[in-house]
Design a binder for this molecule. Structure first.
Ligand code: ATP
Ligand code: MG
Length: 631
């Protein structure tokens, strides 16, 4: 086994040699003529001239060795069903779906928008697009009609696929009616809409001539077999819009060959997932984590992937650990927000099930605060790996890489730069590298490694302007996140560069203050925002969820806990960071992907409009913020 440092060093100093080696992990119909073409910075073209297929690598390639092994296990606690597909069966389903799409005129390079709940058909449709060489764009089934319409107009799909409905917390969500609305708003709606009917909306309206029934149509293709379209490595595989936490979503365009190689290599070097093993990723297919680690990576690695429709606390807070036990899950991937939800429930659920099959639990998507990292590590008794990445990168950029070397984990840290990423922490004003222990902007010196976005869909200029112009005189990719590296080389993410609070000239990351607030033993989670202050410029304001609310029934109790929390912040960060007030709520406003809507909280606190709230998980959370501010 190589050492992590040596592995990383080689990936930067001998880029082409390193990635040529990793490229052997996948099947190439035609090998590449050039590993990297970087003649037009910052655009990197990987494995130029190579021909491959994401679908072939995910399915066909495994049929000989593991055709009867489970490829996809679908579990829905929403509708109380589960379905299992071996590699052979999944390939047959994907062939049927691909033939059906082809009959509807879907061709290589054309876009197909998927607005689907977490059902196996979503997986079939994604892989069917890959089989045809069509470009899929999955839109998270939680976006409102206007957001969906904006994505339709940007991607201009030849076809859209949806379902009659989904289910969340036992309540039906009407997908098809929302799509109808979006199609009315869109300026460039597709001619055809394919609908998978789950029997969740019997009153579903049908538009004659446009709406098509998946099940009826598919009957004609029961035994279809369709060869994979071989694509040049740099052709687009999909478009995925960023979450939009910080503003206008960007259409991230991904390639084919670089992505397949990056995912295959990440399964070996980071996630330690092997053929025949099982991976359970709790995300949604509408997010990048779902694309990379529910669908493509585990299948490319020959694993069984678990697709879960439901929430972590229904029927009870033990459901995920039951799935781990029942399916002997080897690799699990979830998000800190889910773990904080579970932390509020009885920890006995964690002891009820045998989770010893787990090699690691990986968490990403937002900062993993140290107390939560410690809590879940101790409760599970398995190593918990924080890792950091973005929709743009497609796979981790900071992480421990236990497949290369088992380095020590530090609580609250996503460890080290991943091989292939030339990570630099730069001073926000001077653009110079900051010394250890000093805060800087997390940047990547291009070329970006394989698997990262190739451009913004249809807008090369926006790609360069958005990501590479943060520092003048330097062409460098900015993540727009703050980070700090300790003397041992471990990184810590301190929040987003636009989430900074300026208190009397001191610049504080919201995350730093949130971490300090969370150090109080009775705080489950919190959000800190900066609000305008005539004297100091800005002051931090905290909204916190308490673990034990019994002491909060009186105004006196609230005041006492508020004082204690302030004292905790004083102790860990200094009085400069002390929140102006600590408001107690029972939930925080978050996007459906679990990210705190700090911008909206801040707007409310400053008496402004909270902005676009279409992806909010629970509107009650915002009500609570309003009430807390009012009181
Ligand atoms: P948009 O770019 O449209 O505003 P977004 O940044 O929320 O949306 P994503 O690409 O889903 O969309 O999220 C990536 C961001 O999530 C990172 O830039 C970082 O701020 C945060 N993040 C992800 N993983 C971690 C982690 N392990 N620790 C801290 N922050 C993380
Ligand atoms: Mg972002």
């Amino acid at each position: 086994m190589a050492s992590y440092a040596e592995f990383h060093r080689r990936s930067i100093q001998d880029r082409e040699g390193f990635w040529a080696e990793q490229a052997k992990l996948i099947h190439w119909h035609q090998p590449c003529s050039e590993v990297l073409d970087y003649s037009r910075p910052p655009f990197a073209r990987w494995f130029v001239g190579g021909e491959t297929s994401l679908c072939y690598n995910a399915l066909d390639r495994h049929i000989a060795a593991r055709g009867d092994q489970n490829a996809l296990v679908w579990i829905s606690t929403e509708v109380g069903e589960s379905r299992t597909f071996t590699y052979k069966q999944l390939l047959a389903e994907v062939n049927r779906a691909a033939a059906m799409l082809q009959s509807l005129g879907v061709k290589k390079g054309e876009r197909v928008i998927l607005y689907l709940p977490m059902i196996p058909e979503a997986c079939f449709a994604i892989l069917a697009c890959a089989r045809l060489g069509a470009v899929h764009s999955v839109v998270f089934g939680g976006f409102a009609a206007a957001s969906l319409a904006a994505r339709i107009d940007d991607a201009r799909p030849a076809l859209m696929i949806t379902a009659d409905g989904g289910s969340r917390m036992g309540k039906t969500v009407l997908y098809k009616s929302l799509v109808d609305e979006a199609l009315k708003l869109a300026r460039h709606p597709p001619q055809k809409l394919l609908i998978f009917k789950r029997g969740l909306d019997y009153a579903m309206p049908v538009v004659q001539g446009r709406d098509l029934d998946w099940k009826a149509l598919q009957k004609d293709f029961a035994n279809a077999e369709l060869a994979c379209a071989w694509l040049e490595s740099n052709e687009p595989s999909y478009i995925l819009y960023t979450s939009g936490t910080t503003g206008q979503p960007k259409g991230v365009q991904r390639d084919v060959g670089g992505y397949a190689v990056a995912l295959a290599a990440s399964m070996r070097n980071i996630f330690c997932g092997e053929a025949g093993e099982t991976m359970f990723t709790t995300s949604d297919i509408g997010w990048v984590v779902g694309h990379s680690y529910i669908i493509y990576a585990p299948l490319i690695a020959g694993m069984t992937t678990i697709m879960y429709e439901g929430v972590p606390i229904r029927p009870d807070a033990g459901i995920w650990w039951k799935i781990v036990q029942d399916h002997q899950v080897d690799v699990m991937f979830s998000a800190p927000t889910a773990i904080r939800v579970l932390k509020k429930h009885d920890p006995a659920y964690l002891k009820k099930y045998d989770v010893s099959s787990l090699k690691h639990l990986f968490l990403a998507g937002e900062p993993l605060d140290e107390p939560t990292h410690v809590w879940i590590t101790e409760s599970l008794g398995r190593p918990v790996i924080d890792h950091y990445w973005q929709t743009e990168t497609g796979w981790p950029l900071l992480s421990a890489q236990p497949g290369v070397e088992k380095t020590r984990l530090k609580m609250g840290s996503p460890s080290f730069p991943v091989y292939g990423y030339d990570v630099r922490l730069l001073h926000e004003a001077t653009g110079q590298p900051v010394p250890d222990g000093e805060k800087g902007v997390v940047t990547i010196a291009p070329p970006l490694p394989p698997g990262c976005m190739s451009t913004v869909w249809g807008d090369d200029e926006r790609f360069v302007e958005t990501y590479f112009k943060d520092f003048k005189d330097q062409l460098i990719y900015s993540t727009f996140d703050w980070g700090i590296r300790d003397k041992d080389g471990y990184y810590f993410i301190l929040g987003r560069t636009d989430d900074v609070i300026n208190v009397a000239g001191h610049r504080l990351g919201t995350r730093e203050i949130e971490e300090a607030v969370s150090m109080h033993p009775n705080i489950a989670e919190c959000a800190v925002v900066g609000v305008a202050d005539s004297l100091k410029g800005q002051l931090p304001l905290a909204f916190a969820v308490a673990k034990d609310v019994s002491k909060l029934s009186s105004a006196e109790g609230k005041r006492r806990l508020e004082k204690e929390v302030m004292a905790t912040v004083d102790k860990h960060l200094g009085a400069i960071a002390r929140p102006k007030a600590v408001h107690f709520v029972t939930l925080l406003p978050k996007t459906r992907s679990g990210k705190t809507l700090r911008r909206s909280i801040q707007a409310l606190a400053e008496g402004r409009d909270p902005g676009d709230l279409t992806t909010i998980e629970d509107p009650n959370a915002l009500e609570q913020i309003k009430q807390a501010l009012h009181a």
